[in-house]
Each structure stands twice: as C-alpha cells, then as structure tokens.
Design a protein around this ligand. Structure first.
Ligand SMILES: *[C@@H]1O[C@H](CO)[C@@H](O)[C@H](O)[C@H]1NC(C)=O
Length: 305
C-alpha cells in the first residue's frame, strides 16, 4: 500500500476543512500578500527585538527545546520527502519527464497539499533564528534573509501553481534531512563521530571540513534548482511569447511566480557562494570561526552546536 494511503487510514485528513488541504487564497492561512508580509516583518522585528533584549543578559541554553524543534523538522521533512517522491514517481510513470515538470496536470491536489505543509514548515523554521538569538549566537545576514525569502518563495509558487515546484522542494527537503539537525539521525551520528575524532586528531581541521561540505551541498542544490527553473521559465516564455524560439511545450505556472522564483534562487546562489568564500577561503576568518565559534557557521542552520 502506498505511504500516502497508509497515512490517510490513520490521519483524519478528510475531516479537515477544504481550505486546509487545498490552497484557497484568502481562506487558507498565510495565503495573502498582506498577511505574509506582515508575518515576515514581525519575524524581523522579533529577531532584532530579542537581540536587543539579550544584549545585557546571559545567553540561554535551550538545548532540549532546540533539539525537539530540529527533530520535528528533520523527521517531518523526511516524511514529506518520501510522500512527494511517491506522488511524483506515480505522475512520472504516467506522463514522462517533461510533463512531470511542466504540465499543469502535474500540479495534483495531493502535491498541492504537500506544498502547503512544506510552506508551513518554512514558518516553523523561522524559530531557528529565535533560538539563535536567544542563545546569542552570531547570525549571518544570509541566515535571516534565506529564512524569510524561502517562506516568500513558497508563497509565490503556491499562488502561481508552478508545476516544477516539486523539484526545488524535494531537493530542499533532501538537504534538510542530510543536514541532520538533531542527534540521533544515524548517518549523521556516524559522520559526526568520525569528524569529532578527526577534530581532536587534527586540532580543528575536520569540523571546518564538515561545514564546508554542507555549504557545498547547498550550493549544488541551488545550481540544480536554477538549471531546472530557468529551463521551465524559458519553455514558458518561448511558448507564450516567442513561439519562433525552439522549445518543447508550455511550462505551467504564472509568469510572476516563475520570475520571482528565478530571482530568489539566483540570489541564494550568489549569497551562498559569497558565504563560502568569506567563511572558508580567507584563512584569518576560518581561524576565527574555529577559535571563537565552536566551529559554528550558521548559513541556514548548519549545525549550531
Ligand atoms: C499535458 O498533458 C496532456 C495529456 O495529459 C496533453 O494533452 C497536453 O498537451 C499536455 N500539455 C502540455 C503543455 O504539454
């Protein structure tokens, strides 16, 4: 039995009102621009407020809460990824690669529901920053920007119904799962055991290596995203505006969503490459990271402890 059907036998998805399982702008929570922008503005105000309040106070530990939060997100992302892969695979078997990415029929009700859950996860991820602020950790501009922009990105794609969304979302979920944000994730524990061992053996080299690897993983993610998203956007514009240009067929979704998607993902690539250079290429900074920050480099919630 498929995983989704199995879950439906235990979870009362049918009992939920229609607007919680389908994206209905104006009725679904966080589905209008004023609400989304007010929420994200409050996020920024709260973060800077906490930083101000914490200025003369001791940092909070919050390890248990932080771990519960991370465990919830990692397990949730893993489950959502499995569900999405299952649904996309069944579309792909029926429609082939191009239609799975670009046909409007690939925006299935089930995928839409998964996209909504993923969207709400992005708001739960905003608490990463709250934790960082309470712990008085250094916060890169990239961290705050990336968190708020990602919620905005998911919002624009839900409104614009871009069929290709699943590529970007599933890659992102995969990265979140690999980043192993809580102790107990088995691969993570093994890798960390080795890097910790190495850390002592080489006086600090390994922790940096591990973080470098995670940033590289994220950069790779954005490069793949951009290939796919630029391809889809090109197909759409060629089909609807420049039909003399060579193209396969339309790629479904609104133009605003496509262009915003291209712009935000491109900015991520630039910012993450910049973060990489700033953090790992400059010997002085790299050293400071190791000495002061307990190897802490928080681009997007790379391991914080
Ligand atoms: C989408 O798929 C249907 C068949 O399921 C097909 O008739 C239609 O041409 C496709 N649309 C595009 C834009 O490829």
């Amino acid at each position: 039995m498929a995983l989704a059907d199995l879950l439906l036998t235990v979870l009362p998805a049918d009992a939920l009102p229609h607007y919680l399982t389908h994206y209905v702008p104006g009725k679904t929570p966080l589905s209008t621009f004023p609400v989304v922008s007010a929420t994200l503005a409050s996020y920024l105000v709260i973060i800077f407020g906490i930083q101000e309040v914490m200025r003369n106070r001791p940092s909070q530990k919050l390890n248990t809460l932080f771990r519960i939060h991370n465990a919830f997100l990692t397990l949730g992302s893993g489950l959502l990824l499995a569900l999405m892969v299952e649904e996309v695979a069944s579309i792909w078997v029926k429609s082939g690669t191009y239609d799975t990415m670009c046909n409007e029929t690939s925006w299935t009700p089930r995928l839409e529901f998964y996209y909504m859950i993923n969207y709400y996860f992005k708001y739960i991820e905003l608490f990463d920053t709250v934790f960082l602020a309470l712990k008085k950790k250094h916060m890169a501009f990239l961290h705050v920007f990336h968190h708020s922009a990602t919620a905005l990105l998911c919002f624009t794609q839900l409104n614009g119904k871009t069929s290709v969304s699943w590529v970007v979302i599933s890659l992102n979920l995969l990265v979140h799962v690999i980043m192993c944000e809580f102790p107990g994730w088995i691969i993570c524990v093994i890798v960390e055991w080795f890097t910790d061992y190495y850390y002592y053996a080489t006086a600090g080299g390994a922790k940096i290596w591990w973080k470098k690897y995670l940033t590289t993983l994220q950069i790779t993610q954005f490069i793949i995203d951009l290939f796919i998203v630029y391809f889809g956007t090109y197909q759409h514009f060629a089909h609807s505006r420049f039909p003399h240009l060579p193209h396969v067929a339309n790629c479904a979704g609104t133009e605003t969503a496509a262009l915003l998607g291209c712009a935000l993902l491109s900015s991520y690539l630039v910012l993450f490459i910049n973060f990489y250079i700033q953090t790992y290429q400059k010997p002085a900074k790299g050293k400071k990271l190791f000495v002061n920050g307990n190897g802490h480099a928080d681009a997007t919630g790379l391991k914080q402890e």
